[in-house]
Write a protein that binds this ligand. Structure first.
Ligand SMILES: [Ca+2]
Ligand SMILES: [Ca+2]
Ligand SMILES: [Ca+2]
Ligand SMILES: [Ca+2]
Length: 491
């Protein structure tokens, strides 16, 4: 049965968006943890309430098919840590008598086992072949746990790029819940349009901040050359780095002075007691290495005063409890820094930026803490608080890639783990305006774009296993005051 889409909280922005994009229905679907691009899709509610699945939405264009999966609880889609066992079945020839059986659905040429991270494709002769989510270009968002997820499945790489044959599909959970499109449907053949994001600094930017996990390659010749090209194309003012523990601040400063020389002198580089550094065009006037695996520093921008930038590299993988403790520790630090008194004192409306490789997989409770100030272990780390100066939450930037509508920042094509957004920028949007934001994957850039920015297609993975993430920021104009002046850049 069909219902109007149940996402009331997006309705207002969706209406606005629809008004803006009227007549451009081929706009690309964005795999970005923002579901406003689903506003025109009628989702199918699950009749059986025995499990976590609530509804399923489906959409297609000439490059991909898309699923919107809504659950009644937080799910980590590519893990079984919260049981769901979601499978997507595609009957690619619209013939129920050929292919695999998935619960009450027959005829699937392709079955995507999301929670177990593999794809079974039917071969002629009745056998199946197993591939990874990466090989089948199954992309999803968000990477951390949530109740709603969007999934994209590439058509070309899975052999139905040019097919006009009607297909059928089904989504099933291990609860036995299942939603199926039983009547064959024809896929859209419209190519999605994704205007590339300029690498140029947005007008009015006061600080271009970047975060990058450097994968301990800073002393290797080929990665150095790729890092140089990427940084020269991006021209950040401030860089929060992780996995640079084997190198000295002086070494990194000398590299930055070579790659992005400043007319005024040297870069300022501060290193903590973990694997983090912050590099800045402006002086770093205070540092806080005492926060574990997170490195807040105070940067004196001159005309726009002090800003606090925190480079972070939270515990990876199945260390969700440790990530939570680390998030609690940082938020306790921020609460004390924003309050009057204590060891650190930020003047009112000092901009706070937090980012890096947060390794945010699993349920993602630690992200909830970082965004909202809801501290998990209050006995140890103190009371909850509002982490923005206007009493609200922090904002997680989308970080879409410049040249394809994906938000992942980590990809290992030989891994069972799918392309993931591990690298984040969180800001106080009560103080800061976001003028630009992207992740840079050179592999998906066309030749003209690569030439324009002096990049090579292989630069991203040559430099690191993580993409650089970038934001252009400026302070809000406060009501009744003059517009914020553009910062004078030191170079
Ligand atoms: Ca989206
Ligand atoms: Ca079939
Ligand atoms: Ca709490
Ligand atoms: Ca806010």
């Amino acid at each position: 049965m069909s219902t109007a889409h149940p996402f009331g909280r997006w309705a207002a922005s969706a209406l606005l968006l629809a008004a803006c994009i009227k007549g451009t229905a081929q706009d690309a679907m964005l795999i970005d943890h923002d579901f406003s691009d689903w506003s025109d899709v009628e989702t199918t509610a699950v009749v059986d309430t025995a499990g976590p699945l609530v509804s399923v939405g489906f959409k297609s264009d000439g490059e991909r098919v898309y699923f919107l999966l809504e659950y009644d609880r937080t799910i980590a889609l590519d893990e079984g840590i919260i049981p769901h066992g979601t499978k997507i079945a595609l009957d690619l020839d619209g013939n129920a008598t050929t292919g695999q059986i998935v619960g009450g659905f027959q005829g699937a040429e392709m079955v995507i086992h999301l929670a177990d991270r593999y794809v079974n494709s039917s071969q002629s002769g009745g056998t199946t072949e197993q591939s990874s989510l990466n090989n089948s270009q199954v992309r999803m968002a968000p990477t951390y746990g949530a109740a709603i997820h969007e999934v994209a499945i590439d058509r070309g790489v899975n052999g139905f790029g040019n097919s006009n044959a009607p297909i059928r599909w089904s989504v099933r959970c291990n609860s036995g819940q299942q939603v199926s499109q039983d009547d064959p449907i024809t896929l859209s053949d419209t190519d999605p349009v994704y205007p590339p994001i300029s690498l140029d600094r947005a007008e009015g930017t006061q600080m271009r901040v970047a975060f990058w996990n450097m994968n301990r390659r800073v002393d290797e010749a080929q990665p150095q050359a790729a890092m140089a090209r990427i940084l020269q194309a991006v021209q950040p003012d401030v860089i929060g780095m992780s996995e640079v523990e084997d190198f000295s601040a002086d070494m990194v400063r000398d590299l930055l002075d070579t790659w992005m020389p400043l007319a005024s002198g040297s870069w300022h580089v501060a290193k903590d007691d973990w694997d983090l550094m912050v590099a800045s065009r402006w002086p770093i006037v205070d540092t806080h290495p005492e926060v574990y695996r997170q490195y807040p520093v105070i940067i004196d921008t001159g005309t726009e005063g002090n800003w606090m930038v925190t480079a972070s590299h939270l515990k990876c993988c199945n260390g969700a409890d440790q990530r939570q403790t680390e998030a609690d520790e940082y938020m306790a630090f921020l609460r004390d820094a924003m309050a009057t008194g204590g060891a650190v004192n930020l003047p009112n409306r000092t901009p706070v930026i937090y980012g890096g490789d947060l390794n945010m997989v699993g349920p993602g409770q630690a992200m909830h803490t970082l965004l909202t100030g809801d501290i998990d272990n209050e006995a140890e780390h103190g009371a909850d608080f509002a982490p923005d100066w206007d009493g609200t939450t922090l904002r997680e930037l989308k970080g879409l890639q410049t040249d394809q509508p994906m938000n992942y920042t980590w990809l290992n094509s030989t891994s069972q783990w799918p392309a993931s957004k591990l690298d984040y920028i969180l800001i106080q949007d009560g103080v800061l305006e976001v003028l630009g934001n992207f992740a840079l994957e050179t592999a998906s850039m066309g030749d003209n774009r690569l030439t324009q920015y002096g990049l090579n297609a292989g630069d991203d993975m040559q430099a690191s296993d993580h993409l650089i993430v970038v934001a252009d920021l400026r302070k809000h104009d406060r009501p009744g005051t003059k517009p914020a002046k553009q910062l004078k850049r030191i170079d």
